[in-house]
Design a protein around this ligand. Structure first.
Ligand code: ZN
Length: 504
């Protein structure tokens, strides 16, 4: 999981709206009063804003908007409070919550700041929220993206297409489709989105802390946020280590300025600024009450041996002991060995009007054959074939189902090699046959989990974990969202009766 990557799609050229009058010229030289530097940009404001609009669409396509009007209003309120006190109060600031548990925040051109509901669940108080937003606002006002305008122009190659089609059709032979999708997300990030350099991150921490103080929060909360992020990094690294997997996002983290160093720097410069008392913790906990935790009903929920996608109207029973991942609008079921994957996805209408059209449009086979079959109560077409990509022959095996709502669903079979496919095939076909319209029982089993707050029970985190629906790693997860993961001293533990976050 990439933590606070500060990625913006398309190389983050951030905002030029205020500084660049006009547009359309090839080179702009602009003095930036926030940093005292003169910057050169080779992309016009109009181009930049156009890219930003496309990038926004791609992001929302990939993650979805988090539809929670009260929480959204709160984030906007705090964001505007900080932005109005920044060096560029008059930009057309927007603050958007993405529907993903990934912990992240970033800015896009046009003064668009994004953060995830995963980030909201992690933060401890309003001041930390203001710190995260302040950091992103600082990237905008300091125009850190301006240096990357060239790369941004270079990168504007069909991101949306890559996201909506490539995700489930690229057969790179890596572990599982969802893993692949996550990787694709990251590699898209690497290709399309330039990360900031170390100096820019440190500068955003510093300017952000200044904004924080201007808005009446303790500037040291910037340190608190960095500590939280460091804790989350450790949490994910530890868990990845246990599962003998590569830490998600570790390739990104390795090329990113260390949180350690940012922390030391932040401690140094916030020691010199004004401190105030209230961190707005109570208000924060009240406002984020009910934020979705983990899987969302929009993208589908994994519960025991069940996957339910309320929005797409279907449920499926994954094979026993297979790993189930939700990413984007697809669900991917992997063998325990991770060598074969069954993916299900509702297709957009533009995928085709008939099963044959869908096969041509999406699979683009070089050769193969189709046969009709029944999938549960639905009619379907099964396709087995291959396509050439350069010199490489890629096997194809998919079922297109006319499912709930008369819409088309793609059930895609992927495997590392033919032997792996043969080993997994029976289980995949059996799972395919459980594809169904959501039943009342599915609906009951797929209750949504939410962040809440309660007084710490006498049994501490163990008791809290027992009362929560979390299944895996419940106790350490609750420690993480309460900011005490990996802390050994007993003083760090919240006292019995203290208000703590939980998942319910
Ligand atoms: Zn940053």
């Amino acid at each position: 999981m990439s933590i606070w990557t500060c990625l913006g799609r398309r190389g983050l050229p951030l905002v030029l709206a205020a500084a660049l009058a006009g547009g359309g010229c090839a080179t702009n030289s602009v003095y930036n009063p926030v940093t005292g530097r003169t910057e050169i940009s080779t992309v016009s404001e109009a181009e930049l804003l156009q890219q930003a609009a496309e990038a926004r669409e791609a992001l929302i396509d990939e993650h979805g908007l988090y539809m929670h009007p009260e929480v959204q209003a709160y984030v906007t309120e705090i964001g505007l409070k900080v932005a109005r006190l920044s060096h560029k109060p008059d930009l057309n600031w927007s603050f958007t919550i993405l529907d993903t548990e990934i912990i992240n925040a970033f800015a896009l051109p046009g003064a668009q700041v994004f953060l995830t509901r995963g980030m909201l669940a992690l933060l401890q108080n309003e001041a930390e929220l203001a710190a995260v937003l302040g950091h992103e606002i600082a990237h905008v006002t300091a125009r850190h993206g301006a240096y990357r305008a060239n790369e941004a122009a270079f990168a504007s190659v069909g991101v949306t297409a890559a996201i909506s089609v490539g995700q489930f059709l690229e057969r790179t032979g890596l572990r599982g489709a969802a893993q692949r999708m996550k990787r694709l997300g990251l590699s898209l990030a690497a290709g399309m989105i330039a990360t900031y350099n170390r100096e820019q991150e440190l500068e955003a921490d510093r300017i952000g802390a200044d904004y924080l103080a201007r808005a009446g929060y303790d500037a040291r909360e910037m340190v608190g946020v960095l500590q939280m992020l460091q804790m989350a990094e450790r949490f994910h690294a530890d868990r990845a280590g246990e599962q003998k997997r590569e830490a998600p996002g570790s390739d990104w983290l390795s090329s990113h300025p260390g949180t350690d160093q940012r922390l030391r720097e932040a401690e140094r410069f916030t020691a010199m600024v004004r401190h105030t008392a209230s961190d707005g913790r109570q208000r924060y906990l009240r406002r984020i009450e009910g934020v979705v935790w983990g899987d969302s009903p929009e993208k589908g929920l994994v519960r025991d041996r069940l996957f339910v996608h309320p929005r797409s109207g279907y449920a499926i029973t994954p094979p026993a002991d297979w790993e189930v991942d939700v990413e984007g609008s697809a669900v991917a079921m992997h063998t325990p060995q991770g060598d074969a994957t069954l993916t299900v996805r509702l297709l957009p209408k533009l995928a085709g009007k008939t099963h044959v059209e869908v096969i041509q449009n999406l699979l683009a086979p070089t050769e193969g054959r189709s046969s009709t079959r029944r999938v549960g109560a639905f009619t379907a077409t099964h396709f087995i074939g291959s396509r050439m990509r350069g010199d490489v022959r890629q096997p194809l095996r998919s079922t297109i189902v006319t499912g709930p709502g008369q819409r088309f669903y793609l059930i895609d079979y992927t495997a590392r090699d033919d032997a792996a496919l043969q080993r997994a095939l029976a289980a995949m076909q059996e799972a395919e046959q459980t594809f169904r319209a959501i039943t009342a029982a599915d609906r009951r089993a797929a209750r949504v989990w939410r962040v809440g707050s309660v007084p710490m029970p006498p049994g501490g985190f163990a008791a809290l974990a027992k009362a929560s629906p979390l299944q895996e790693d419940a106790e350490i997860t609750l420690r993480l969202i309460n900011g005490v993961y990996g802390l050994s001293s007993p003083e760090a533990e919240p006292a019995v009766g203290a208000v703590v976050k939980t998942v319910r």
